[in-house]
Ligand binder design. Structure first.
Ligand SMILES: [Zn+2]
Length: 417
């Protein structure tokens, strides 16, 4: 701790902890992705509405950032055409974002188009050399992890702290991990994001996390005050959903299921995360699917989580005799069937055709996926559903939650500065 304190103080003295321009004007201490309802494709949703000039400025900045994120390179004229903003406005916004080291000119020019007049334009892209983002993941069973990323989401460094149980995670250990990760950042810190398994409100307060045993913990404000940096706290499944959408194979209409200590889900509709009345959209784990008697930690019987979470399935594997592969397959087919039943109504209700399932390979494998796919498609195929619903394993590695959290930090800070 002491060594980290020294590193932190040194970093602060060198200016590494000074937040992005305009940080002092932050009004909100944290914003969950779900509460924002943001989507990279929905940034112009205020078009046509009466918006104050600040909203217009923020929307233009985010629209330009999003069209370049993570690895795009376009001329100002191309940006102007793609987002329908005048050349003059694009040039003005880009100039300010270059001054803030959010965008940069890459020294290359766009190809001239035969038959089209006009000089070739210099390409702009995300500046990956100046700002760093700190992303933490509190959703693992025996470790809490953090990474340093650049503005394109590329991971530059990582740190972790081992824990005996998720219930050992408290605010002090999260602050300690933040310090560790910040000390490894080569650039200035753009913002901090923390992914939490549970319900998070629009201020970054963790309303309820059964895994961590937290209730009403104002994590975003604590971290923001401790480090004098913008902080966003978000649901872990929503973070993973965003990673699958923007760094993986996800479609704009996507249901993401995370099978881990519990069952989490995130829903993306037309590029925007669905949040719901209580920021709890996707909390499907404690929905009763079958009339079975499996007791659940919530007090009910037959919840999806009680029979489908990793500890429950592994406990059933443990009851089998050694080498009983048929028994194992039966358990996984049963789990796939339950999941398929649980998802069918949502698929029809929302017209979603892409379902990504994330979890350990001994559970989320072809046996479970194939049965879930059969059940979903048997129950939902119709004339208005011309192609089968794609039910697939999410192939992302262990960094999925942290990479998704990086996109939450970007949206949070770009809206705040
Ligand atoms: Zn339950």
């Amino acid at each position: 701790m002491k060594e980290d304190d020294v590193l932190l103080r040194e970093a602060a003295e060198e200016g590494a902890l000074v937040g992005p321009p305009g940080m002092g004007e932050l009004h909100s201490t944290g914003t969950s992705a779900s509460a924002n309802g943001f989507g990279f494709s929905s940034v112009l949703e205020t078009e046509g509405m009466k918006a104050d000039p600040t909203d217009v400025r923020i929307n233009n900045r985010i629209a330009i950032f999003n069209i370049l994120f993570p690895h795009g390179a376009l001329s100002r004229a191309q940006v102007s055409r793609r987002i329908g903003l005048s050349r003059a406005s694009v040039s003005e916004v880009v100039a300010s974002m270059i001054d803030e080291h959010i965008l940069t000119e890459n020294g290359r020019s766009t190809e001239s188009v035969p038959g089209r007049r006009g000089k070739r334009g210099t390409q702009i892209e995300i500046d990956t050399n100046y700002w760093n983002i700190i992303s933490l993941d509190l959703s693992q069973e025996f470790v809490i992890q953090g990474v340093v990323s650049n503005l394109a989401g590329q991971i530059l460094a990582r740190a972790e702290i081992s824990i005996a149980s998720p219930k050992d995670v408290d605010v002090d250990i999260v602050v300690e991990l933040c310090r560790k990760v910040i000390s490894k950042a080569p650039g200035k810190i753009f913002g901090i994001g923390i992914a939490v398994p549970g319900v998070v409100d629009s201020t970054g307060t963790v309303i309820d996390s059964r895994n961590l045993d937290w209730n009403n913990v104002p994590l975003a404000s604590i971290i923001q005050e401790t480090f004098n940096l913008p902080c966003t706290v978000d649901n872990d499944a929503n973070c993973a959903l965003l990673a699958e959408r923007f760094f993986g194979d996800g479609e704009p209409n996507l249901i993401f299921i995370q099978i881990s200590m519990g069952i989490g889900a995130g829903v993306l509709i037309n590029g925007s995360i669905v949040s719901g009345t209580n920021n709890a959209a996707g909390e499907i784990g404690h929905t009763i699917i079958d009339d079975d008697d499996t007791p659940c930690v919530c007090g009910k019987h037959g919840c999806l989580e009680a029979s489908l979470c990793v500890p429950a399935l592994r406990a059933r594997f443990g009851d089998l005799s050694a080498g009983d592969t048929d028994g194992r397959s039966d358990i996984l087919r049963d789990a796939g069937e339950k999941l398929g039943k649980a998802l069918s109504m949502s698929v029809s209700l929302l017209d979603v055709t892409d379902i990504a399932i994330y979890g350990p390979a001994d559970i989320v494998n072809d046996t479970l996926i194939d049965r879930a796919s059969e059940v979903v498609n048997e129950r939902t195929m119709s004339v208005v559903q011309p192609r089968p619903v794609r039910v697939r394993r999410c192939e992302f590695g262990d960094n999925i939650v942290m990479q998704g959290e990086t996109t939450c930090v970007l949206q949070h800070v770009l809206r705040a500065i």
